[in-house]
Design a protein around this ligand. Structure first.
Ligand code: NAD
Length: 284
């Protein structure tokens, strides 16, 4: 399958990173969001990241200018009509995703692949909401998308082998290293990673150590590049909480209980870097 144009629905942390990676790799991207303001902010920060790549010598000026030209931002789903692959990277709620996926399906050509970047929702159950479930697959990127090479490709029960092959082809085309993972709550990485972050909130709430000490512990003692609480702020505390809730509900094991402190911070709107405050405070 020839993949030249990508649609990305949801211009938040992940959508913006996926769009950036794809335009730098030479693909055309249509980035869609419900909010004009979000789209404008997303494109501005994407351009700023490209500019930094140029300053650091990771991208030359003409390639940067050409990449920017390959991006179209829109609030109109109809602009996805020519896309070969459309990936949904919107808010982590099943009902929101189903509505978006149906909208995408009603717009794209029959040959197009529809994917979701969900962190935890069942690919099989999302596929069941579509007319062509065989063309649907999970393609799970990691944050920050332009930096982390891993992509988990998750076939649902209904995904055709051609769809899975196209997902693998697209991931490799944009420089990622895909692994194929069964449709299981949290897939591989989040099943391991998010409960570890959640435990850091329990440790913090119990007063075992300060946030800075917990993070230093895992950086200096476990060789992690970033501490668990700073990583939770980067991922988004709301995203971490919804993954814990899905793990507990779908795996039925109380060991996946979300930390009350994590829940409290989300209720307070302290969602992490994207809101300027999570466990830590961020300026600018
Ligand atoms: N943040 C991470 O580290 C991470 C990592 C891997 C996967 N994911 C997954 O990626 C998805 C997006 O996460 P995020 O962190 O980018 O979220 P985010 O909150 O930063 O962005 C979500 C975006 O979706 C948009 N949106 C909501 N409803 C929409 C609709 N109907 N149509 C179009 N756009 C709509 C919002 O306006 C927002 O811009 C989630 O499913 C999440 O689980 C997140």
């Amino acid at each position: 399958m020839k993949i030249e144009t990508i649609g990305v629905v949801g211009a938040g942390t992940m959508g913006s990173g996926i769009a950036q990676t794809a335009i730098v790799a030479g693909l055309r991207v249509v980035l869609v969001d419900v909010s004009e303001t979000t789209l404008a902010t997303s494109v501005a920060s994407l351009n700023a990241r490209l500019e930094r790549m140029v300053q650091k010598g990771r991208l030359d000026g003409p390639s940067c200018a050409a990449a920017v030209q390959r991006l179209v931002a829109s609030t109109d789903y109809r602009s996805l009509a020519g896309a070969d692959v459309v990936i949904e990277a919107a808010t982590e709620h099943a009902a929101v995703k189903v509505a978006i996926l149906r909208e995408i399906e009603s717009t794209v050509a029959p040959h197009a692949i529809i994917a979701t970047n969900t962190s935890s929702i069942s690919i099989t159950s999302l596929a069941a909401a579509l007319e062509r479930p065989d063309r649907f697959v999970g393609i799970h990127f990691f944050n920050p998308v332009p930096v982390l090479p891993l992509v988990e490709v998750i076939p649902g029960l209904q995904s055709s082998s051609e769809t899975v092959d196209s997902a693998l082809q697209w991931a490799r085309q944009i420089g990622k290293s895909p692994i194929v993972v069964s449709n299981s709550p949290g897939f591989v990485v989040n099943r391991l990673l998010i409960p570890m972050l959640n435990e850091a909130f329990f440790i913090l709430a119990e007063g075992v150590a300060t946030a800075e000490e917990i993070d230093a512990g895992m950086r200096l003692g476990a060789g992690h590049e970033i501490g668990p609480l700073a990583l939770a702020d980067l991922i988004g505390l709301d995203v971490c909480l919804s993954i814990m809730d899905v793990l507990q509900k779908d795996l039925g094991d109380p060991k996946f209980r979300a930390s009350p402190l994590l829940r409290e911070l989300v209720a307070a709107g302290r969602l992490g870097r994207k809101k300027g405050r999570g466990v830590f405070q961020y300026n600018g």
